[in-house]
Design a protein. Structure first.
Ligand SMILES: NC(=O)c1ccc[n+]([C@@H]2O[C@H](COP(=O)([O-])OP(=O)(O)OC[C@H]3O[C@@H](n4cnc5c(N)ncnc54)[C@H](O)[C@@H]3O)[C@@H](O)[C@H]2O)c1
Ligand SMILES: O=C[C@H](O)CS(=O)(=O)O
Length: 483
């Protein structure tokens, strides 16, 4: 891996301001999903190291919360600046371990930094209230305080942004935080820790440890010192963590699975809808929680949209994300490829019609042909399961009522998209969709300024926006008497 600053590539965890190995020396290998080549070994830690990180966070908390929001913001601003100054190295590290094209990695680094910048400012705007007292001799005051020691568990698909979307508000609110990144993509997390240390984040305030996910997670959930857990990942794991947190009543943020409907109405700008569908479906080779997972196209434009969409899909360039002009990197691992194959086989077995792609790419490893299947029905697995890969199933529908019912027929409720130029239809459909986020005439909705999150079994809480810091604060009512 060619870096301008090779010191950004660390093979150790960061606990209490020190770079360290696992207690017993155990390690796990990290590979480049595009080549299968090993990138290095990282520590395989467990509960004991997690306890140390939590204790260090607790020890660091008083001094961190005592700093003014402005002092914390200055350190966060420095961290943001260092991330942007080292963006190219961070992007190379990300593409090497996750596989996404370099252009997408650069975009993610900018996106990741934006949460640090945003919450540096949000922290300075955390205010309380004085409320009209019902008593002449007492005053009613409400203050907002940091919730305490936080823990975070993050996924492999956005190895930097899913971390800063948690660490940014935590630190801005005055909370220390211990992060466990995905075992498949640890290097981006370690590099963020290198830059946080350089920015002046005090020891113990931000720790990063890799290893036995179940053991680390169980310690984070059971340890009473941890007052809040923030998780981004699958709904299945979210359920486990929610159950494990119950005995200690932790504050929970859950950013979970999705199954986004993408609806094209007959009054849509079809070229714009194709552009939006490509952006939403094939970003990160379909490995994002807000990817279009089900494409519903109204009868009158179905064939025209399918033709335009397939032509655009065929222009996607599959290859190693470190090479120029690549727009589709590999899937993260073999089981991800197998899931796409299973969804394709199931759809074709139930009457689906393959329009393009359909099999592993000739490049091997995790590479897969961008695929489109027509004549898809609700009897197929793609109708109810998150594919998390470059497969676009095209469903046909007739009426607005029908497609809203189909779109909502899932336990998920993260993102939804639709294209229409009828203002009445736009408002009726946007309000009827059971999701936390709706893209109207756009396939890209993610930004630090908006509340990101889902309803139903796509999660709890919101990340980003001025709402995102709420999850790291608690409210205190002070009744000021004796006046
Ligand atoms: N809503 C969002 O913002 C969002 C963002 C990205 C990914 N996701 C979802 O995440 C899933 C894909 O990511 P993934 O495969 O990494 O998810 P995953 O749930 O398998 O893993 C996520 C993280 O949880 C850890 N983990 C796994 N089992 C655990 C356990 N028993 N205890 C503690 N930690 C455990 C993993 O090591 C990883 O760090 C998809 O469902 C996707 O929709 C959601
Ligand atoms: O996987 C979903 C993440 O939240 C990525 S993004 O926020 O949509 O870019």
């Amino acid at each position: 891996m060619k870096l301008n600053d090779p010191s950004l590539l660390r093979h150790q965890c960061f606990i209490d301001g020190a770079w360290c190995d696992a207690d017993g020396g155990a390690t796990v290998e990290v590979r480049n999903p595009a080549t299968g080549q090993p990138l290095g070994q990282v520590p395989h830690m467990g509960a004991a190291e997690t306890r140390r990180a939590i204790d260090a966070a607790n020890a660091a908390w008083p001094a961190w919360r005592k700093k003014s929001a402005k002092e914390r913001a200055a350190i966060l601003r420095k961290w943001n600046d260092l991330i942007l100054q080292n963006a190219e190295d961070l992007a190379v590290i990300m593409t090497s371990e996750q596989g996404k094209p370099l252009a997408e990695s650069r975009g993610e680094i900018t996106y990741a930094a934006s949460f640090i910048e945003w919450f540096a400012e949000e922290g300075k705007r955390v205010a309380g209230d004085t409320l009209p007292s019902p008593w002449p001799d007492r005053r009613v005051v409400v203050t907002r305080e940091p919730v305490g020691v936080c823990a975070a568990i993050t996924p492999w698909n956005f190895p930097a942004a899913m971390i800063t979307r948690k660490v940014g508000p935590a630190l801005a609110a005055g909370c220390p935080i211990v992060v466990k990144p995905a075992e498949l993509t640890p290097y981006s997390a370690f590099a963020l820790a290198v830059l946080a240390e350089r920015a002046g984040v005090p020891r113990g305030v931000f720790s990063v440890l890799t290893g036995d996910a179940q053991a680390i997670g169980a310690e984070m959930c059971a340890n009473p010192t941890v007052r809040k857990l923030s998780f981004t990942g699958s709904t299945a794991v979210g359920r486990i963590l929610m159950q494990q947190c119950a005995p200690t009543i932790k504050k929970l943020s859950l950013e979970l699975g999705g199954n986004a409907p993408f609806i094209v109405f007959d009054d849509a700008d079809l070229d714009a809808a194709v552009d939006g569908a490509i952006a939403s479906k094939y970003r990160n080779s379909g490995q994002t929680c807000v990817c279009a997972n089900r494409l519903y196209v109204q009868d009158g434009v179905y064939d025209a949209f399918a033709e335009k969409f397939v032509a655009a899909v065929r222009k996607l360039q599959v290859g190693n994300g470190l090479e120029a002009n690549i727009t589709q990197g590999p899937l993260i691992e073999e089981k991800a490829v197998k899931k796409v194959e299973e969804h394709i086989a199931d759809a074709l077995a139930h009457g689906g019609r393959l329009l393009t792609g359909g099999k592993r790419h000739m490049l091997g490893h995790g590479f897969f042909e961008p695929t489109v299947i027509a004549d898809v029905s609700t009897s197929m697995r793609v109708a109810s399961e998150e594919t998390f890969g470059p497969l676009a199933p095209l469903f046909r529908f007739k009426t607005d009522e029908e497609v809203v019912q189909l779109a909502n027929a899932t336990e998920f409720g993260l993102a939804a998209y639709f294209y229409s130029r009828d203002i009445g239809r736009v408002w009726r459909v946007a309000e009827a969709l059971e999701t936390g986020m709706v893209g109207v005439n756009t396939g890209l909705i993610s930004t630090e300024v908006a509340p990101f999150g889902g309803v139903k079994q796509s999660g709890l809480g919101r990340e980003g926006s001025s709402y995102g810091i709420e999850d790291y604060l608690v409210m205190k009512y002070i009744c000021m008497g004796g006046l």
